[in-house]
Design a protein around this ligand. Structure first.
Ligand code: PLP
Length: 356
């Protein structure tokens, strides 16, 4: 039976990315060695990093003066590296979910943290809009897509101070005005690569302004200077990332990714809104994520939740269980998700409705 992979992350990758990576695992560039067996300093590997960096810059229209880094540690390590490198006195954070809160927690160890707004009281079912960012903050941190709660900023915000964004789960799903940010980071395991590599886009002249000592590995300058090769980088995930970047380019770039994402999300939200058995969890429709679509059974059908899960699983749906803090269902529709899979889930919802 065909499987439809709605996992939130690690998640679906384009089939050709998996095939090309598998080929390199067996035989990298006809060398007779696996990509897992070669030095990151091998002459054949440097072009992989160089092309990945160049494609990042091209696809996201990154201005001059920024570096693209491939590091380890996940987005979670960036939660601490960000304040280590950029927080001198005060930082502003928008609390839109678990990941934003974790980022904020780390920052508190380095200076004053202003939570400009929070939707915690409503289980993060919307993104706050009414707040002021202090003009004397070193930066304003946002999570552009809240993977767990299914809310998303569809456009770059305006801010009186430079922004920093966790784009773990929506990178490459829309054009970004990178010039508004001094740093954009994320774990790659949604729209880019298998787990194991963290991408960081950092403005070179924003680094080196804090007065504290920064341990070598946690200092962005180390990785800018080392071209992501200060220590052994995650070679295999970087190779897979390059294949995804090529795939995005060949498929029309981020504007096309955005168009497809909106089309898929519109289809599924339309069914959630139409079907008497389900409702979306996000209260402000403008905040509905295109990447993670969260929904629950309506109150009168609540006891059928496990039945629907079984029904959908039997029809090939994978990974639609909602996060434990939200419950219900979450259909993650990243770039590689085909429209046919979204339609298969919609068909499931319609068939299930007919049975009740
Ligand atoms: N930020 C967001 C928005 C996420 O969705 C996740 C993981 O799902 C993380 C951060 C944590 O990423 P990592 O597991 O790479 O540390």
């Amino acid at each position: 039976m065909k499987k439809h992979n709605f996992n939130a992350g690690p998640s679906i990758l384009p089939r050709e990315v998996i095939e090309k990576t598998a080929q390199a695992v067996l035989d990298f560039n006809g060398s007779g060695l696996s990509i897992m067996e070669i030095s990151h300093r091998a002459k054949d590997f440097q072009p992989v990093v160089d092309e990945a960096v160049a494609l990042f810059k091209e696809l996201l229209n990154i201005p001059e003066g920024y570096s693209v880094l491939f590091l380890g540690g996940g987005a979670s390590l960036e939660f601490c590296m960000i304040p280590f490198n950029f927080l001198e006195k005060k930082a502003a954070y928008l609390n839109t979910g678990v990941w934003a809160k974790k980022a904020m927690k780390e920052a508190k160890a380095f200076g004053e943290v202003v939570e400009v707004a929070s939707s915690a009281e409503a289980t993060y079912t919307y993104i706050p809009k009414d707040y002021t960012v202090p003009a004397d903050a070193d930066y304003f941190h946002v999570t552009t897509n809240n993977t767990i709660y299914g809310t998303e900023l569809h456009e770059d915000l305006d801010s009186p101070v430079p922004m920093i964004a966790d784009m773990s789960s929506d990178i490459f799903s829309r054009p970004i005005d990178v010039s508004k940010y001094i740093c954009i980071y994320g774990g790659a395991q949604k729209n880019l690569a298998p787990a194991g590599v963290t991408f960081v886009i950092v403005k070179n002249d924003a680094v080196g302004k804090v007065s504290r000592y920064i341990p070598t590995m946690l200092n962005y300058q180390t990785h800018i200077d080392g071209g992501s090769m200060f220590n052994t980088p995650p070679v295999l995930p970087i190779y897979a990332a390059l294949q995804t970047l090529r795939w995005i380019k060949a498929n029309g770039g981020v504007a096309e990714m955005q168009k497809r994402a909106k089309e898929k999300a519109d289809m599924l939200y339309a069914e959630i809104d139409r079907n008497k058995m389900f409702r979306g969890t996000v209260t402000d429709k403008a905040d509905r994520s295109y990447m993670n679509i969260c929904f629950v059974m309506n109150d009168e059908y609540k006891e059928l939740e496990a039945d629907f899960m079984k029904f959908a699983t039997e029809r090939g749906m994978v990974g639609i269980k909602g996060h434990r803090s939200v419950g219900g269902f979450r259909a993650s529709c990243y770039n590689a998700m085909p429209k046919e899979s979204v339609q298969a889930l919609i068909d499931c919802m319609q068939e299930f409705e007919k049975l009740h």
